[in-house]
Structure formats: C-alpha cells, structure tokens
Design a protein around this ligand. Structure first.
Ligand SMILES: [Zn+2]
Length: 351
C-alpha cells in the first residue's frame, strides 16, 4: 500500500497484516452484527461431561462455576470433585468485603487442588479504577461506601479486596501455569449498565484481549464472545465481537470459560474452541445451574503433583502504575440501561 494512502487511512507507515484483529465497524450493534456473521460461523451444542466420570491421571479435571452472587456459600451446593475449580466472576452482588470473605471461606472447604478465580461486573470493589475515581457513583447507585470498605480492609490488614481471596489464585489480565497448562483470566466486558470492569465496545475491549498470550490453553473471561452463550432473555446478543475474533484468529484456546449472561448457560463449540457459559445463577438469580466439568489432557512431561506457577501479569507497566487511570473518562450516567438500545440488562437483582 502506498504510504500516502496509508496516511489517508490513518495507518501511518505501519503494515496491517491480513490476519490482524481490528475493531469491527458494527461492534456497537452486536445483535445486528451476529445476524450477518452467523451464516459463516459454526456454533454447535456440546453435551456436558458427566461429573461422575472417573478422573484420569493424565487429564486435569476442571470444574467450572460462575455468577454465584454470594449464594453458593450459603446453599452448600454440591460441587463435583476435580483438580481445578474455575470461577468466571460475579462472586458477589456488589463486592462487599463480607461477601468476599464468605466466598473465600467456602473455597477453603473445597477439595480441588487448584482454584482459579476472576472478578465480574458485580464485584465492584475489585475494580481499582472504579474505587479510585467513582466513589460518589458507588455510594449513590450501589450503596457501596468506599471509605468504609477501605477502613474494614485496613482493620483486616489487607490493602485490596482481592487480597481477601487467599484460598485461590486470582487472575486479572494475568495467567498462571497449572501442570503445564496456561490459564489466562480477565474480568472485562463491554459496557453493561455502568457496572464494574465495563469498557466501551471496540478499541478499549480489544486492548484487553490483545494482552491474552497466543499460547493460552484455557481462557477465562467474565463476559462471553459474540455468538456463544451470549443470548439474553429478550433475544439480544451481549457478546464481544473483538473477543471472538481474538479467540478464533489468534489465540485458539482449547476452552473458553465465562459467565455474565446467566440465561446463556451451556456449552458450544466452533470445532476449535469449546465455549462454556458456566453461570451458576439463573436469570432470576437462583443458583440452579450445575457446575460444568471438562478434562484437559496434561501436556507431555507434566503430572498433577506440580505446584501452581507464579501469577504473570500481562498488563503494560504504566497500567500497573496508574491502576488503569486512563479510564477516568468513564461515564457515570449509564446505570439505567437503555431499553431501546441493542443491549440487554444485568440489573435484575436491583429491580
Ligand atoms: Zn452475574
């Protein structure tokens, strides 16, 4: 491409590779976009593995839950045995320390050797940027008093809510290696009524997905990709097209575990990646969906005796320093979902 043309297109002198993932022009209209995309997409339903299937020595048995919303610990739901317990976010209703402590205590009672957890949009206090810059909003709309939360954390000798999750590995734009299997976790989702870890669709979401390493084996995000487990009760699609493109064109993980759209619970595949919406709660916030299990073959030379690896953060250095403060322009007036928009709402709990 001639450099003058590239400049006109805003590409500078940078080559755009044919397989490079770019923002879809229809990113803000996922339902409409999917109606066009679906003719070229494979979405096949997958039968869940029976949790009573004997656990093999050469496979990691992964047990997936999500969107437990501070209920799983009270109802003492049966979680099948396995090697890795995965929670794909929305541990709580609004991220209060008390909710996190109860969840952590519950995790401590579970026998799985490895436990991997990410946050979701309801785990408000775990979103550092929101806590730092939107204290008034959190108080006015969610009755979360940031000062009181900080004080109670201080009294417990921890600096952040995530520090309360001592019985698991908490991933936020980071990965961990479990017996040779790379597991990456990220809490972000396209804007969804002014909750935590929300980002505008398009470039901002893609920036997060660009951090996912190419060789990720199991991807955990809170939100679904477009087309898999993302259908809302009203027929709207809530998934992220840039996430699907990242999965299909670059990362190609064996499994993608998520939640967020409770009514999208279930398993599908595109013949490369198996997509698991593990939402434990139903649309009406009843924790009735059973955990979903799958087996991941151990890579050659690895055994189940190995200690879990170090958490490796994939966030850029300046993001660590600023704690995501580039998000200071986040709109605070989106708590009321726009019923006419191409979106659906996750605020049933506050109806
Ligand atoms: Zn949820």
């Amino acid at each position: 491409m001639a450099s003058a043309v590239k400049r006109l297109l805003g590409l500078g002198d940078r080559e755009v590779k044919s397989d490079e993932i770019t923002v879809d022009p229809l990113t803000n209209r996922p339902t409409h976009l999917w109606s066009k995309m679906k003719v070229k997409q494979k979405v096949k339903k997958v039968e869940a593995l029976d949790p009573n299937t004997p656990i093999a020595d050469d496979k990691l048995r992964c047990v997936c839950i999500s969107d437990t919303h501070a209920q799983i610990e009270h109802r003492n739901l049966a979680i099948p045995p396995g090697d890795v317990l995965i929670h794909a976010g929305d541990i709580t209703n609004v991220g209060m320390p008390k909710e996190l402590i109860q969840f952590n205590d519950y995790l401590g009672t579970q026998p799985h050797r490895y436990k991997v957890v990410i946050a979701g949009n309801h785990d408000l206090t775990m979103d550092d940027d929101m806590v730092m810059h939107q204290a008034d909003y959190l108080r006015n709309f969610f009755r979360v008093d940031v000062g009181a939360v900080r004080k109670s954390l201080q009294e417990m000798g921890v600096s952040k809510p995530r520090d309360l999750l001592s019985n698991c590995t908490y991933l936020e734009d980071a990965y961990v290696i479990i017996c040779g299997v790379k597991v990456y976790g990220s809490p972000w989702q396209p804007e969804f009524g002014g909750w935590g870890f929300n980002l505008p669709r398009g470039e901002r979401c893609l920036e997060k997905w660009n951090m996912i390493p190419d060789d990720t084996d199991i991807l955990i995000t809170h939100g679904p990709p477009i087309g898999h487990g993302d259908s809302c009760f009203d027929g709207q699609k809530a998934g992220c097209v840039e996430l699907l493109n990242t999965i299909q064109k670059r990362v190609k993980p064996k499994f993608h575990v998520f939640g967020h759209i409770h009514e999208g619970y279930g398993i599908t595949t595109d013949d490369v990646t198996t997509y698991i919406n593990a939402s434990t709660c139903t649309l009406r916030y009843k924790p009735d969906h059973p955990p979903i299990v799958f087996d991941f073959p151990l890579p050659d030379g690895h055994t189940k005796d190995e200690a879990i690896g170090q958490i490796v953060s994939c966030r850029p250095i300046e993001d660590h320093v600023n704690n995501g403060s580039e998000n200071t322009d986040m709109e605070c007036d989106t708590v009321e979902p726009d019923r006419d928009s191409d979106e659906c709402s996750d605020n049933v709990v506050f109806q």
